[in-house]
Design a protein around this ligand. Sequence first.
Ligand SMILES: Cc1cc2nc3c(=O)[nH]c(=O)nc-3n(C[C@H](O)[C@H](O)[C@H](O)COP(=O)(O)OP(=O)(O)OC[C@H]3O[C@@H](n4cnc5c(N)ncnc54)[C@H](O)[C@@H]3O)c2cc1C
Length: 417
Amino acid sequence: MRYLIVGSGIAAVGAVEGIRRFDRRGEITVLDGEKRGAYTRPLISYYLSDPIHYADLSFRPDSFFRLNQVEMIKARGIKIDRRARILNLDNGMQLAYDRLLLACGASPAQLELSDLNQRWVSNFYTLEDVERLNMNIREGQQAVVIGSGLIGVKAAEALLKRGLRVTLVEKAQHILPQVLSPTAAARLGVYLEKAGIKIIAGDELAAVYPQHRIQLSSGTVLQSDQLIMAVGIRPNTELAFSAGLKVGKGIVADSYLRTSDEYIFAAGDVIETPNLITSNREIMALLPHAHREGYLAGANMSGQTLFYRGGVAMNSVKLQGWSLFAAGIPKPGASIFYWQEDDKYLEIHHHQNCLQKFIAINLPEVAGPLLSIIETQLPIPEKMWQEYVECYPTIANLPALYWQKIWKGEKNDSIEC
Ligand SMILES: Cc1cc2nc3c(=O)[nH]c(=O)nc-3n(C[C@H](O)[C@H](O)[C@H](O)COP(=O)(O)OP(=O)(O)OC[C@H]3O[C@@H](n4cnc5c(N)ncnc54)[C@H](O)[C@@H]3O)c2cc1C
């Protein structure tokens, strides 16, 4: 069997592991479009804040591809000939495949503004972006980060650590709008401002001028030696789309990670992932999902039929020493329970007998169990959550129904890999 994998990120690594679990002999070729090998994308912010200690961003040891007998080709796939089962590369090569995996990831979304193409304007997405920033930034410079999603706040933190003065601009009314509630965001915002990051919420970039000046929609003009764009991502669906595969916001894959072509699979940031809570398909650009989808796609390409249920939106980040973990989505009509003490904070959203969302600040120990309760939609009555936040929310105090499930050793029906 000839396996061809487009992209060499986390989903591709998962796919190699999934294939090799079941097929030791098939030929695997991986296309490394960035020409940087398989690095851990979330670590780029650490590489920016401390380029010496975080020089190695590899996700697996260097020997990983060699030991798994993978041929790496530094090139991009540009056109799929589905009938002949051939992929054309940008270096003129043509590669035949029996099974093709599209693990093409995503790219930074772009604002439709003129004059963004300047040396002092950067994305914060690839190793190359960070290498360029590392060459250009200087202590004391003024940096403005546009967008306060996970990528934006990580960029802001790294620039602050490098001694820049940082302003974070968010279009929504509070930072991390997809992850945090206004209450939790306010707590984090106060903390980040104390640490030195200036936050402007409810405003957006309107114009970029020469001489390092930008203007926000409110009319505010800011000086910006470095302007970092972090306004979201868009899946790299072009290859799939031009081949006539079914594409929505991302590539549409079934519960076995197969696209609308039986010989082509897809995994990672490039696909629409089923949300376990809402059953909607959405882009969940998250490392654990990319790895799991890659693994299952790889296994299924080798002839297995491993079912993928989907995932839940979740975020785990350490910011200026604070640990933040949030998962699930808010539902209208949910009952919300709060607990707080000093810098610790917990928010529980309960709806129709199930935990729908939680936000845990500086309570990393409860995050894992709460995530598993969401993922399995374990029914737990509202009263038990109320009691949980009335006492100190530790692992030991979790609702009895959770412990009963653990003790019974009930098999978690999500797929492990
Ligand atoms: C700054 C930052 C911080 C993050 N922090 C977190 C975090 O804390 N937690 C978390 O869960 N997630 C985080 N993420 C998201 C996480 O990195 C992604 O979900 C994950 O890397 C997706 O893996 P992937 O393999 O699907 O895609 P990618 O890692 O993007 O890999 C896809 C690769 O395919 C290449 N490619 C695309 N098209 C082609 C082509 N035609 N031919 C050849 N190659 C091609 C791309 O260039 C890319 O190298 C973060 C992302 C960023 C940018």
